[in-house]
Design a protein around this ligand. Structure first.
Ligand code: BES
Ligand code: MN
Ligand code: ZN
Length: 485
């Protein structure tokens, strides 16, 4: 769907969308429309107990006296900020997508949040239909254009083109990867897909199996060794500044069967999205490069498939990580931390970042703790944690901080190696984070466990069902807040 901006005017065709504040009435252009329709709109509002509550909608079909084929009235609540504007934009899109209208004009009350309304609508319009061959026209969204009419349309357009449109592309980039099934997206094809970032000026370096063996990334390679697909590590660099970089690290398990510690079959198909952390990093790189951010950012993703086979890693195997520390692999399904361990140690040694943030669909325990509302955050640095917290709140990719503590380290003691890769059942998300901590040294670091937020079975105003793209906007905002100011 195309988003454009125009000066406030009633449209000659398509749908007309008007906003009403909580407890308010149609005013300005909206009042003119109501008058032209002989009060049909205000009558409809009264008849449906519509009071302007945020995101509430009513629809009036073909009102006599107006050119619009339908009028949608949407509530904008009491305080219309950018965050709510996104949700209202998304709500408007969803209300009209299949209505039959191919264009809509949204009369927006302020310039400041007009771009956000367009952004919300565009995020809601994301679809992944490439494998549907029998979709009927009637079931496809007909809405192809949203015109946001704002007091200062020029300013709103500038803001949308600079930031909003870049976010939309970046989030779609991530959602596309996450949506792809495991037979299509595997380490090699994924690495090829990431090369698309080169067009934006991102340098993309792909380490193949042989290169990873030379580097001795053995905990990562141990996960990949049961698969017919070779592993890949991809380093993406955006150099928009001279200072030491911030490093973004992503778990990219393109399919997680659990390996020899195999998962139950029910719901296993969900493990195609076990690369959601890496997709967030890729999307963030796209957003950052897309807006030519004045920041130095290095993204690194570990791409592997976790399969059971004659060559698979066995429970009890001992592997030597890139850092030199040894790990006893008690459970081959705790593979994400093995991938991240090598990425973290490598990126810190090679690039000396001032901060590192990793994202991973790491533990089922995280889903038990937070369900699908917040992602869990673990950090050795309060300032970084605070920055992430406020970035998350600003873009509605919420974080909740969990503890790290030496006391939890005991959970990882091994009889044969420096550590084992799992703890007891209790506090599974914390012991996983405590495991990662052993590979970051003193570098300010945060680990985001996004197991509950990378995918959703329930649509939200700006997030359709399926791949959420969680983390793209959070990382983009973090870089903006801590590297560019
Ligand atoms: N990818 C899974 C975690 C996961 C589970 C993400 C459910 C999203 C939904 C991870 O690799 C895994 O299997 N973790 C195990 C760890 C356990 C063996 C210590 C888990 O959480 O069960
Ligand atoms: Mn697993
Ligand atoms: Zn996994």
């Amino acid at each position: 769907m195309k988003v454009s901006f125009a000066a406030p005017a009633l449209p000659r065709s398509g749908a007309l969308v008007l906003t009403v504040a909580k407890g308010g009435a149609l005013d300005g252009l909206a009042a003119e429309a109501d008058a032209a329709a002989s009060g049909a709109l205000s009558q409809a509002m009264a008849a449906s107990r519509f009071d302007g509550e945020a995101k509430a909608t009513i629809e009036v079909m073909a009102p006599f006296g107006l050119d619009a084929e339908r009028v949608l009235v949407v509530g904008v609540g009491e305080e219309l900020d950018a965050r709510l504007a996104e949700d209202v934009g998304g709500t408007v899109y969803s209300a009209l997508a299949r209505s039959g209208s191919s264009s809509a004009t949204l009369v927006w009350p302020q310039t400041g949040s007009a771009a956000a309304a367009g952004l919300g609508a565009a995020l809601a319009a994301y679809r992944f239909d490439k494998y549907r061959t029998t979709l009927k026209d009637k079931d496809k969204p007909a809405l192809a254009e949203l015109v946001v009419a704002a007091p200062d349309a020029e300013e709103a357009r500038r803001s949308y083109e600079q930031d909003g449109a870049r976010i939309v592309e970046a989030v779609a980039f991530a959602r596309d990867f996450v949506s792809e099934p495991g037979n299509v997206l595997y380490p090699e094809s994924y690495a090829d897909g990431l090369r698309e970032l080169e067009a934006l000026g991102v340098s993309v370096e792909v380490f193949d199996q042989a290169a990873l063996e030379d580097l001795k990334m053995a905990t990562l390679l141990g996960v990949a060794q049961g698969s017919a697909r070779e592993a890949r590590v991809v380093v993406m660099r955006w150099q928009g500044g001279e200072e030491p970089p911030i490093a973004l690290v992503g778990k990219g398990v393109t399919f997680d069967t659990g390996g020899i510690s195999i998962k139950p079959s029910g719901g296993m198909e969900e493990m195609k999205w076990d690369m959601g952390g890496s997709a967030a990093v890729a999307g963030a790189m796209k957003a950052i490069a897309g807006r030519k951010a004045a920041a130095n950012v290095v993204g690194i993703v570990g791409l592997v498939e976790n399969m059971p086979s004659a060559t698979a890693q066995r429970p009890g195997d001992v592997v030597t990580s890139y850092s030199g520390q040894t790990v006893e692999v008690i459970n081959t399904d705790a593979e994400g931390r093995l991938v991240l361990a090598d990425l973290l140690a490598y990126v810190i040694e090679r690039y000396e970042p001032h901060a590192v943030v990793d994202l991973a669909t790491l533990t089922g325990a995280m889903v038990m703790a937070l369900a699908h509302e917040y992602a869990g955050m673990f950090s050795n640095n309060d300032a970084l944690a605070e920055s992430l917290m406020s970035a998350g709140a600003a873009v509605d990719e919420k974080l909740w901080r969990f503890p790290l503590h030496d006391a939890y380290d005991k959970m990882l003691e091994s009889h044969i190696a420096d550590m084992k890769n799992i703890g007891p059942r209790e506090a599974g998300a914390i012991s996983a984070a405590q495991f990662l901590k052993r590979f970051v040294g003193d570098t300010p670091w945060a680990h985001l466990d996004i197991a509950g937020t990378a995918w959703t079975d329930k649509a939200r105003p700006t997030v359709p069902k399926g791949a959420t793209g969680y983390g793209v906007r959070l990382l983009d905002r973090l870089v903006r807040d801590v590297c560019e100011s």
